[in-house]
Design a protein around this ligand. Sequence first.
Ligand SMILES: C[S@@+](CC[C@H](N)C(=O)[O-])C[C@H]1O[C@@H](n2cnc3c(N)ncnc32)[C@H](O)[C@@H]1O
Length: 416
Amino acid sequence: MDTVPGKTTENPENSHVSEQELRDAMVQCLIDMGALRTSRAVAAFRTIPRHLAAPGTDMAKAYDVESALITKTDPTGVDISSVSAPRIQALQIEQADIQHGMTVLEIGSGGVNAAYLGEMVGDRGRVVTVDIDPDVTARARDFLKTTGHRNVTVITGDGGSGALDFSPFDRIVVTVQAADIPSSWVHQLTEGGRLVVPLRMRGMTRSVAFVRDGQRLVSDGFELCGLVPMQGAGENRMRVVVLHDVEGEEIGLRLDDHPEPDAKTLAQALSMPRTAEWSGVTLAGDESNEHLDLWLTTALDNLPLMAAQPAARERGLVASASPLGVPTLVEGGSFAYRTVRRTDDPDRFELGAYGHGPEGQKVAERLVEEIRTWNREHRGDRAHIDVYPADTPDDQLPRNARVIDRPHSRTTITWP
Ligand SMILES: C[S@@+](CC[C@H](N)C(=O)[O-])C[C@H]1O[C@@H](n2cnc3c(N)ncnc32)[C@H](O)[C@@H]1O
C-alpha cells in the first residue's frame, strides 16, 4: 500500500488515505506553530481537499503550510492570484473569530478559504466571496461545487465596493493586499464586527484584525504577511527604484508614498564601501523584527524598503535579501539599512545598520539611535492601529499618532 505523503496512487482509496495524512500533518504543523488555535478552524482545515483548487499542483506543495499556490501572474511577472498559504489562511481566520451562523464577506476568492469559512459558519450562516477576476470566480465556483458548500455565494466584481446587496456582514476577511480602507468595508460591517485586512503601511503589509467602533476601526492584533496586490479602483502598487540592475542580482528601493530619491546618486552610494554602526541591542534567533520595524516606520519619515535578489547578498553587495524588504533610511545621497551580526551567544544577534554614501555613517547612526529608543522605551509594547474616515480633522485623531493618509482613510499608529 502506498501511503507516502505527496504521492497519489492508482487506487482511489489509498489516494484518499494519503490526502488525509497530508491534511492531518498540515493541521498539526499549523497547531504547533500557533497559527490554528480553535477547534472549529481545526475541523475545517482537516476537511477541505485544498489540492483540488489548483489542479496540476504537486500534492505535497498544496499541503505545505508556507506555500501559496500561484494561479495567475501579470505580464510584468507580478503574482496577482493564488490560493493563499495555509499559514496565512489560518492566521486570518483565527483573527476573524468566525462563529457559527455568521454572515461573512471574503474579498479575493480562491475557493479554499471560502470553503473553510463555509464550514465554520455552518448551514445557518452565509459566506459571500467576491473576486475581480472572472477566471478566479469560475474556478472557485467549480471547487465549491465539488466540496458541496451551498452556503457560499461567489460573485465577480471589485471587492473595493464590498457587496452591498448581501450586507451587513458580521465579518469581512480581505485576502488581497490593501493600501487603503474604503468606507464601504466599514459601512457594510455590523457595529462591533471584525474586518481582517492585509494592510500595507509604509511598504510593509500586516494582516490587521479591526473591530468596528462607529465610523472608526480599532485594531485587535496584527502580524506581518505577504499577499498579492489589489487590482481595480483600489489598486496602489509600490514603485521600485533600481539601484543595481545586473540581471539576477537586482537591488532596489520599494517606495510607498516615500519622497522620490535621487536614484543615480544612491546607486553610486551603493557602489561605495559600507560603514557599520552597532546598537548593543540583541534579538534572540527566533525573535521577529516586526515590532521594531513598525517603530522605525513610526519614528523615521523617509524609510523605504530595500529589496535584493539572494545573488546580490551572496556577492556581498548587500548584507540582507529578505523578500519582504529591509527598512532603509534615506537622507540625501546616502542611506543606511537595518542589519544584524552574530554575537558570542549563538542564539543572539546584535542589531545595527550599514551605511552607504558620503553621509552613510551619520545615517547609520541615526537608524541605530531609533533601534536603541525602541529597545529602551517600547520593547515588549504593541502599537495600536486605528483607521478613521479620510475627512477626520487632525484634532480628532489620537495624540502623538503617526498618520498614514490615503484617499479613503487615515490610519494612525500609536505606542503606549
Ligand atoms: C491571494 S488571492 C485570494 C486567495 C483566496 N482567498 C484563498 O482561497 O486562499 C487574492 C485574490 O484577490 C483578487 N483581487 C484583487 N483585487 C481585487 C478586488 N479589487 N476585488 C476583488 N478581488 C480582487 C485577485 O484576483 C486574487 O484572486
